[in-house]
Design a protein around this ligand. Structure first.
Ligand SMILES: [Zn+2]
Length: 512
């Protein structure tokens, strides 16, 4: 098969996503009061409603509807005053009701959009479209992705296939079913087919996840399946307006899998079309280990589901007061946060983007800023040393024992040159270990850096006097020797000399 980049020179990929998100931050299910949660004993969080027993009546969860309205407002959707629930009928053992309660043509949220800034390597996948879209920076571009709708539905249970391979049903000896997840409120966001590259699709999902996390409507764990994404993809010759036949891709349970699955499928379809074949409308399964997609089933049409209005649920009306009350709860969203970090605090765009996309870290950053206005050292500490520590140890910021006060104090010590950035790392690990304040650690361990210029000057002169040959070489043009001199001075200060000052004094002495 040809490489993606080459294929996208000849073909335009048309990609749409369907993103399912479990509203895991709620306490109870969509239509009953069973608790939501992972890890419980199978089939213990169930009742007549979520099992679909005769005569059991569903009652919509108001908190879930608040969550979907939040999602809609955050993505520019129109919130519909009246929408209805429907039954999607199908038989599969993961849903004992034999139908899923979902929404029909009019969902709670209709017609939004999300703007993407595509830059760096991600922009490279968009091969020959340069100039057709506004440019962000060298090689980057802006694109706006339409959101068709966000509708409310309920999740199905979980099947566990025993025996066979890859946990799939084919070849399994028998299958188990756990109905605990049945009826968990789920929102499904459907995009317009506006995405053109796998990189854009990945970026879209990352951005959507950041927004949902900021709204605190879900834990958005792709590993645990609370954020799942299917992709529809078709190809058409560059310049064509008619859509090609699409396939639907499943099992892309990480950002990498979403990207790689779509990339594979684009290349596969190109090969089929270039060989004179036709693409079948079907559902395909991405196999990350084998790095290929395989056919699961020929696509059903919507009619097969006999979608009809749910007779047990009245049309759901939202008042203006309700919508405005939810709007008032909207937190600052990642894009606005990023702009604030750049414009108000002077952070580089990449750092601002990185911080704004991580709600926990950015809240921490904002709190530290109220105590110390050294935005860049605080951001650097959080994005580098703190993040590296958390990742390496697999712990959450909230459980690290670090406080905004501690980080603010550490940033202040860095900013006024009391400690070097190398020492800051040491102080940080001692803070995490002991829970002590940075100033106390610095005093206890004698970690202050030497910023006394007279003292440093004396050491510099001593080093220069001890190395007359090197000084002559330096003055003869071998300026790379500066590093050697810095090293010697550092050694004499036991690593506590202020590197910026040492450089300054050395240059002054050597260049005169
Ligand atoms: Zn229940």
């Amino acid at each position: 098969m040809r490489e993606l980049q080459a294929v996208l020179q000849d073909w335009e990929a048309v990609i749409g996503l369907e993103v399912h998100t479990e509203l895991t931050t709620l306490n109870t299910k969509m239509f009953c009061s069973c608790p939501i949660g992972f890890g419980a004993e199978p089939n213990t969080h169930v009742c007549p409603v979520c099992l679909g027993m005769p005569g059991a009546l569903p009652v919509p969860n108001r908190a879930a509807i608040e969550s979907i309205v939040l999602a809609g407002l955050a993505t520019g959707c129109e919130i519909m005053k009246r929408s209805m629930f429907y039954r999607k009928n199908y038989f599969y053992p993961d849903m004992s009701k034999n139908f899923q309660t979902t929404q029909g043509p009019v969902a709670f949220c209709m017609g939004g959009n999300l703007d993407l800034e595509v830059s760096g390597n991600a922009a490279g996948e968009r091969a020959v479209l340069a100039g057709t879209r506004p440019t962000v920076e060298e090689g980057g571009y802006l694109t706006s992705i339409g959101i068709t709708r966000i509708h409310m539905e309920e999740d199905a249970g979980k099947m566990i296939h025993v025996g066979g391979t890859d946990g799939r049903i084919s070849g399994a000896a028998y299958s188990l079913v756990d109905y605990n997840r049945c009826g968990t409120p789920l929102i499904e966001l459907v995009t317009e087919p506006d995405l053109r590259t796998p990189a854009e699709a990945r970026l879209f999902l990352q951005k959507l996840r950041q927004i949902y996390l900021t709204l605190a409507i879900s834990d958005c764990s792709m590993e645990e399946g609370s954020l799942r994404c299917d992709g529809n993809v078709s190809l058409r010759p560059r310049g064509a307006t008619e859509l090609g036949t699409k396939t639907e891709l499943k099992n892309m349970n990480s950002f990498k899998n979403l990207h790689d699955g779509l990339a594979y499928e684009i290349c596969r379809q190109a090969e089929v079309l270039e060989g004179g074949g036709t693409v079948l409308q079907e559902t395909r399964h991405w196999e990350p280990t084998a790095k290929r997609t395989i056919s699961m089933r020929v696509k059903e049409t919507a009619d097969d589901y006999r979608l009809f209005p749910e007779p047990d649920l009245a049309p759901y009306d939202l008042t203006d007061e309700f919508i405005e009350a939810v709007r008032a709860r909207l937190p600052e969203l990642p894009d606005a946060k990023k702009r604030r970090y750049i414009e108000l605090w002077g952070l580089p765009a990449a750092d601002a983007d990185n911080l704004a996309g991580q709600p926990g870290l950015s809240t921490f950053f904002d709190e530290a800023l109220t105590l110390c206005d050294k935005a860049r050292p605080i951001a650097n500490l959080l994005l580098n040393e703190v993040s590296a520590h958390l990742n390496a140890n697999g712990i959450a910021l909230a459980k690290s024992g670090l406080t905004p006060q501690g980080i603010a104090e550490l940033a202040a010590l860095l900013a006024d040159d009391t400690i070097s950035s190398k020492q800051a790392k040491e102080v940080l690990s001692l803070m995490i270990e002991s829970g002590k304040a940075p100033s106390l650690i610095v005093a206890e361990h004698g970690l202050q850096q030497v910023s006394d210029s007279d003292a440093l000057e004396a050491i510099v002169l001593e080093v220069l006097a001890a190395n007359p040959d090197k000084v002559a070489e330096y003055r003869g043009g071998k300026t790379g020797l500066l590093g050697f001199f810095v090293g010697q001075v550092m050694k004499m200060t036991k690593g506590q000399g202020n590197p910026r000052l040492i450089n300054e004094i050395l240059r002054k002495r050597l260049d005169n």
